[in-house]
Design a protein. Structure first.
Length: 290
């Protein structure tokens, strides 16, 4: 069976041009939201987190790679668990138009999702190429606190394609074909996992995760971790006694000074369980706080 083709002819004054496009021509793109992980305070249910959203053109796309003139993005979520409070331009979008950003950028925040409309250039002189994934947006979410107060188990959900807004905004990528009219592509959006986990807190200095401070025992655990390579430490954040975002000799020294030499108290959370107010890369998989 012959491939059906459409002949498109443009006439401008005395000039004419023509070209052929397959009737089943496909420009293939994918939006890729990253997993969203949020720790929440069990006592208040409050927590927040962000996810990066990228775009990529698939290698099987017709004419790959193609210039992208603009796009619309619409993503939904479970409104009983999270809600968006801001959406900002991703790194790639910020750099478009020689660093001036897109000529048009609009967002909408709804209870069940958010949407974005972006046009890189109103006169089609700026385009994006997406042979590899590039970040186009960052969405910031907060928990629905009333749902998560007292929840010690956590919750799981997804971010997914959803036409959000009134009128509903679809997921479309506008391809700027030099020899043809602009074309619309309808990108796939694989679901992104949303993980809401209770932040059960820690006691700073509680190296053995007993739930309380035992200066000598905890200092020995920290020293063994540093110099004997003893495993079994499940909450590195608790070992950071001086809250400098690292674990080193200064930490057990500070703990011993507090315990036996009337040294300064350790920074919060101390001496009771609580949430570390400092945002640092130290992890805490299991602490003595329940």
């Amino acid at each position: 069976m012959f491939n059906v083709r459409i002949r498109i002819i443009f006439l401008v004054g005395l000039f004419s041009c023509s070209f052929w496009l397959p009737a089943d021509a496909q420009w293939l793109f994918e939006y890729q939201p990253a997993p969203l992980d949020i720790l929440y305070d069990v006592s208040t249910g409050e927590g927040s987190g962000s996810t990066s959203i990228s775009i990529v053109e698939l290698p099987t796309s017709l004419g790959f790679p193609n210039p992208v003139w603009g796009w619309s993005l619409s993503i939904g979520h479970d409104p009983s668990l999270i809600e968006p409070y801001d959406v900002v331009q991703g790194v790639d979008v910020v750099g478009i138009n020689n660093g001036n950003g897109p000529d048009y950028w609009a967002i909408g925040l709804e209870p069940d999702g958010f949407f974005i409309g972006a046009i890189y250039s109103l006169n089609s002189v700026a385009n994006g190429y997406y042979e590899t994934p590039a970040e186009i947006a960052v969405a910031h979410y907060q928990t629905v606190a009333a749902t998560l107060i007292g929840d010690l188990d956590g919750e799981n959900s997804t971010l997914f394609a959803l036409e959000v807004g009134n009128p509903p905004v679809g997921n479309i990528v506008v391809v700027d074909i030099p020899t043809a009219p602009t074309q619309s592509s309808y990108p796939d959006i694989p679901p992104a996992i949303v993980t809401l986990a209770p932040d059960l807190g820690l006691v700073r200095g509680d190296a053995n995760s007993s739930g309380s401070i035992e200066p000598l025992a905890d200092a020995i655990v920290a020293l063994n971790y540093l110099f004997v390579s003893v495993s079994g430490v499940t909450c590195l954040d608790a070992l950071d006694c001086n809250d400098d975002a690292s674990v080193n000799l200064a930490d057990p020294v500070m703990l011993l000074a507090w315990g036996f030499a009337m040294g300064s108290p350790l920074p919060a959370p101390f001496p009771d369980c609580g949430v570390d107010p400092t945002d640092d890369p130290l992890t805490c998989e299991v602490s003595g706080c329940l």
